[in-house]
Design a protein around this ligand. Structure first.
Ligand SMILES: C[S@@+](CC[C@H](N)C(=O)[O-])C[C@H]1O[C@@H](n2cnc3c(N)ncnc32)[C@H](O)[C@@H]1O
Length: 417
């Protein structure tokens, strides 16, 4: 009888480990296709309502997606993924580790190693997906009213909780891309003179500004991620026009002894800020988002994140060029197109200013159903890419746009660059 293929062998070993209780973890890596596919899939065993499941973390460049699969479907699922979607798999069991490797020609092999796990992970009870907002976030989540006094999530705040978690997952991926997490000397935190130094690892303390931070949900969240999850010194500054909100958030920060977290009263366009590594503006109204982008560029922030709110500036200017005219006669389509062009131009302006941009989906906020996020990482000298400038001009001309808030804001920056 022929020896089974390596893919069949690892699937059989996976099935056996699930039935004998020796399964520790599974990692799929080396995706066949890039683009929309996850970069990795991590699998672990959990019990959901008493039924054994595989909990799969699909790791994309900027987010994680969790999928749970009944254990019985696991081996067939793995067989489908191997070779077709992923070239590499690592199955860890308490008996042996098995590594499946295949190449572009479809040739595969299976190698075994000493087991890296001596004991199968605990699996008696359901593991709640706390995400980044683990037990150490209880004090500020309670202070902001997301949790009740018993530490239970208030039903009315479940969406907000989900939004914070999702945002922190995105932020954690972006922070890793910026090189801010990992070896102490791998950081690229701002080296400007005003920046403090983290004495333990001799690199500047990372500085983040959250513009238009409101009640501070996402500001406390960012501080929590760096300070408590990653145990890294950080300075997070929330900027907000409403003095009452600033007083409340500062009070809570003091109460939980949030070192490095502060809230200041001021406007996005003019608040005094030190050099910052990351500038964030989530759900800032209309052109306040553009003010934030301009501040981020001027402050040479390595990372700029905006999730725009209402878009009022371009709609009155938007022409109806062919072949769009027959579509844009519908008010809703015109509104969506105005949003699309506004945010598209924002991304192009950021590219002209030397940033690599990504546009992704975000969870809508309590005050706005808008769910688009632009993340930009500074990679080049600003205002040198004439092709980027031309793309902005062409898009504006096509839609008959005379003025975008970033025109004025950036032309002065370009002169001084
Ligand atoms: C919709 S809330 C968003 C709060 C928070 N960023 C979030 O996403 O949960 C917008 C906040 O920005 C503040 N705001 C609006 N325009 C501002 C400006 N130009 N400067 C500073 N704060 C501003 C408002 O007072 C409000 O608290």
């Amino acid at each position: 009888m022929n020896k089974p293929e390596p893919a069949e062998q690892i699937c059989a070993k996976f099935a056996a480990s699930l039935t004998t209780g020796t399964f520790a973890r599974l990692v799929l890596s080396a995706p066949v296709a890039k683009g929309d596919a996850p970069e990795k899939i991590l699998g672990r065993f959990i019990m959901l309502k008493g039924v054994p499941h595989l909990s799969l973390t699909l790791r994309y460049a900027a987010r994680d997606v969790i999928q749970n699969l009944p254990v019985a479907s696991g081996p067939a699922w793995l067989r489908e993924k191997l070779g077709q979607h992923f070239r590499s798999a690592l199955l860890c069991t308490t008996a042996r580790d098995w590594q499946f490797i295949s190449n572009e020609a479809g040739e595969a092999r299976l190698i075994d190693h000493q087991p890296s796990a001596k004991k199968a992970p605990a699996r008696e009870h359901d593991q709640k997906h706390a995400g980044i907002l683990d037990a150490s976030a209880r004090d500020w989540l309670e202070g902001l009213g997301l949790l009740d006094r018993d530490g239970k999530l208030r039903v009315s705040m479940a969406d907000k909780h989900r939004q914070i978690n999702h945002y922190l997952e995105i932020l954690s991926h972006l922070a890793k891309e910026c090189g801010w997490i990992g070896a102490p000397d791998s950081g690229t935190a701002s080296s400007e003179t005003e920046t403090e130094t983290n004495a333990s690892c001799q690199r500047p303390v990372l500085q983040l500004a959250d513009m238009g931070c409101g009640k501070g949900y996402l500001t406390f969240g960012a501080w929590h991620l760096f300070r408590r999850v990653w145990q890294q010194p950080v300075r997070v500054i929330g900027v907000e026009t409403r003095a009452d909100l600033v007083a409340t958030t500062n009070r809570l920060g003091k109460q939980i002894q949030a070192d490095g977290l502060e809230f200041v009263a001021g406007a996005i366009g003019s608040a005094k800020l030190p050099p910052v590594d990351a500038l964030i503006a989530l759900h800032a109204c209309n052109t306040a988002t553009d003010d934030a982008i301009r501040r981020g560029i001027e402050l040479k922030a390595k990372l700029i994140i905006v999730a725009p709110c209402c878009h009022k500036e371009l709609r009155p200017q938007l022409g109806k060029p062919e072949p769009f005219a027959s579509v844009l006669r519908h008010g809703l389509m015109e509104e969506r197109m105005a949003e699309w062009v506004t945010d598209g131009l924002r991304a192009l302006f950021l590219e002209w200013a030397g940033y690599r941009t990504k546009v992704m989906e975000f969870v809508a906020g309590e005050h706005t159903p808008k769910n688009l996020m632009i993340a930009a990482i500074r990679e080049r000298e600003p205002f040198t890419d004439e092709a980027a400038r031309t793309r902005i001009a062409e898009l504006k001309k096509f839609f008959g746009i005379e003025r975008h808030a970033l025109d004025v804001l950036l032309s002065s920056a370009a002169k001084s660059a």
